[in-house]
Ligand binder design. Structure first.
Ligand code: 5AD
Ligand code: FES
Length: 345
């Protein structure tokens, strides 16, 4: 197929071409050409290394009400928790001992964690673990807040844009959330020198190939260091309870396309991928992913960080998750490494 060759040659396509390519994602020949090229590029820049991030889900309070998400503020059945400073530091200590050199603090948009509280936690983690990278994933904030977190020592920030299409964004989010502000946040984070992660859900209700093409164009424009994508999975207590889940195969296809667009990108094989398919994360690595993010949160809270139904790894200790993932990574010919895992320049 001509488009496949063009993408491999130019590392870019026009929006309409992306949409047409996505329409052909079921074609086994197109799939294998793209995944082969994606793997070639990831090996060129990262060899057989897979980086690992210790994910600390530190609060499931959220002031937002995204229609797809299980911890939305209007889910009265969500059992809310937040970790205190000591509990967060315990997760880091445990993780450091297991070889993690990146910690990801992820949470809902929880007003309890003011700039003051966050900067104190950031400073403490960076003082205790100066050799570790610290990633935040706590949603939309002002430029000034992002600046303060950065000065306190945060290195990276994950904020999926969820969809770059204005009309589709409106179908997934309540009125008070806007794509414009989402994009403003991502640009602010870049300007402040964070390594930035954007990303989107694959197969969110009503999503079209044209909308996914828009996501790819947006990634090209933003040039993020990291991209998180995973299939949409319905949560039984949301307005999308009855919606169909996204496709694992389309997610894998998009992982390959993104690797070709952004050859040096840090690309996780996500938990959502592993939730829909027991071999999903392995398949993700074989499609071009080079990062895994095992959970470091206390086991007693794991189930409560309930973004979607049947989420995996909610019963295992951090050490078990790490071991399990190390085996899975090796089973597909890669190697889980202990290093910060910054993007190559
Ligand atoms: N299915 C899949 N992914 C989801 N997320 C939130 N809800 C769901 C869901 N129902 C993703 C969003 C968010 C990330 C933390 O989890 O993309 O950015
Ligand atoms: Fe968590 Fe396998 S990665 S149990």
């Amino acid at each position: 197929m001509i488009l496949t060759e063009k993408l491999i040659r130019d590392h870019t396509l026009a929006r309409e071409e992306y949409a047409r390519l996505l329409e052909a994602s079921g074609d086994p020949e197109v799939r294998s050409m793209l995944s082969r090229e994606a793997v070639r590029l990831r090996k060129l820049y990262y060899g057989d290394k897979v980086f690992t991030r210790g994910l600390i889900e530190f609060t499931n309070y959220c002031k937002n009400n995204c229609y797809y998400c299980g911890i939305r503020c209007q889910n009265p059945h969500a059992k809310r928790y937040r970790l205190n400073r000591e509990e967060i530091l315990d997760c880091c200590e445990n993780g450091y001992g297991l070889g993690f050199r990146t910690f990801v603090l992820q949470g809902g948009e929880d007003p309890f964690f003011t700039d003051e509280r966050m900067t104190e936690i950031i400073r403490e983690i960076k003082t205790r673990y100066p050799d570790c990278a610290l990633t935040l994933s706590i949603g939309e904030r002002s430029f000034e807040s992002y600046r303060r977190f950065r000065v306190a020592g945060a290195d990276r920030y994950l904020l999926r844009h969820e969809t770059a299409d204005e009309a589709h964004y409106r179908k997934l989010h309540p009125e008070n959330l806007t794509l414009a502000n989402r994009k403003r946040c991502l640009r602010d984070l870049k300007a402040l020198g964070y390594q930035v992660g954007a990303g989107f859900m694959v197969g969110s209700p009503g999503q079209t190939s044209a909308e996914l093409a828009e996501d790819l164009c947006f990634l090209e424009e933003l040039q993020p260091e990291m991209v998180g994508i995973g299939p949409f999975i319905p949560h039984h207590e949301t307005p999308f309870a009855e919606a169909e889940a996204g496709s694992v195969d389309l997610t894998l296809f998009l992982l390959s396309v993104i690797r070709i667009l952004l050859p040096k990108v840090l690309l996780p094989a996500t938990t959502a991928l592993g939730t829909l398919d027991p071999q999903g994360r392995e398949k993700g690595l074989l499609a071009g992913a080079n990062v895994v993010m095992p959970n470091l949160s206390p086991v007693k809270n794991r189930k409560q960080y309930d973004l979607y139904d049947n989420k995996i790894c909610t019963g295992e200790e951090a050490a078990e998750c790490r071991e399990c993932l190390a085996r899975r990574v090796e089973s597909v010919g890669y190697r889980l490494v202990t290093e910060r895992g910054d993007a190559v320049s």
